[in-house]
Write a protein that binds this ligand. Structure first.
Ligand code: SF4
Length: 214
């Protein structure tokens, strides 16, 4: 990136963080995933932690980092070990933890967070029930506004997640964008937009200057 492009990107990140602050979020910014993981490990130490399914959290090796000093409930990990019933039980348990950590399908320069979900455990945990919720996002998730966020989900996040999960959906089979399918394996069943921070409990955007997750 040349100097001018770098300064435009810095300005865009600062504008985004200011918008999130105005929307009552705590914000933190890190250059690398390692710095972000160190910060979260310090902040969350000793708490019971629930995860929303996230490639970003996997890229940070956050389960491994937090497990040293926390009980961590990761429904996706439980699903790999024990199948659907283990996933459902862990998904429910993750809603009852002290802290919830997830990423986002998109965040906007106006300070909103947009997530599409299939089973609902991830967005359920993002709304209510925790002492604190952390949204951990790479700058690749940053888009201009809500319309661009939904387009990002249809063109990038949902099709790539469907392919990653080996779903038999048209987007995954054809390797292209959303077809608004009727597949029983559809992963796009509910969309949440956090217009502002939810009331009463703190929520934090942890923004990382790397491309992370889908
Ligand atoms: S609605 Fe169906 S086709 Fe569209 S992204 Fe979701 S799973 Fe893929």
């Amino acid at each position: 990136m040349n100097q001018r492009a770098e300064s435009v990107e810095k300005e865009r990140i600062e504008r985004t963080l200011a918008a999130f602050r105005r929307n009552r979020y705590d914000v933190s910014l890190f250059q690398t995933r390692e710095e972000a993981a160190d910060y979260l490990a310090r902040e969350i130490a000793g708490k019971r932690v629930g995860f929303g399914d996230s490639e970003t959290l996997r890229a940070l090796a956050l389960y491994e980092r937090l497990s040293a000093k926390n009980e961590v409930i990761d429904p996706a990990r439980c699903a790999q070990a024990g199948g659907l019933e283990a996933f459902l039980a862990a998904g429910r348990e993750a809603l009852l933890t002290d802290v919830f950590v997830l990423s986002a399908n998109a965040i906007t320069e106006e300070g909103q967070i947009v997530n599409m979900d299939g089973a609902g455990n991830r967005i359920a945990g993002s709304l209510f029930g925790h002492e604190k919720t952390y949204f951990v996002c790479g700058v690749n998730k940053l888009v201009k506004d809500i319309a661009a966020a939904i387009e990002r989900i249809h063109a990038i996040a949902a099709p790539q997640n469907a392919a990653r999960k080996k779903k038999r959906t048209p987007c995954a089979v054809k390797g292209d964008r959303c077809h608004d399918c009727t597949s029983p394996e559809r992963i796009c069943n509910a969309l949440t937009i956090h217009y502002k921070k939810m009331s009463y409990r703190p929520m934090e955007l942890v923004l990382i200057e790397e491309c992370l997750g889908l």
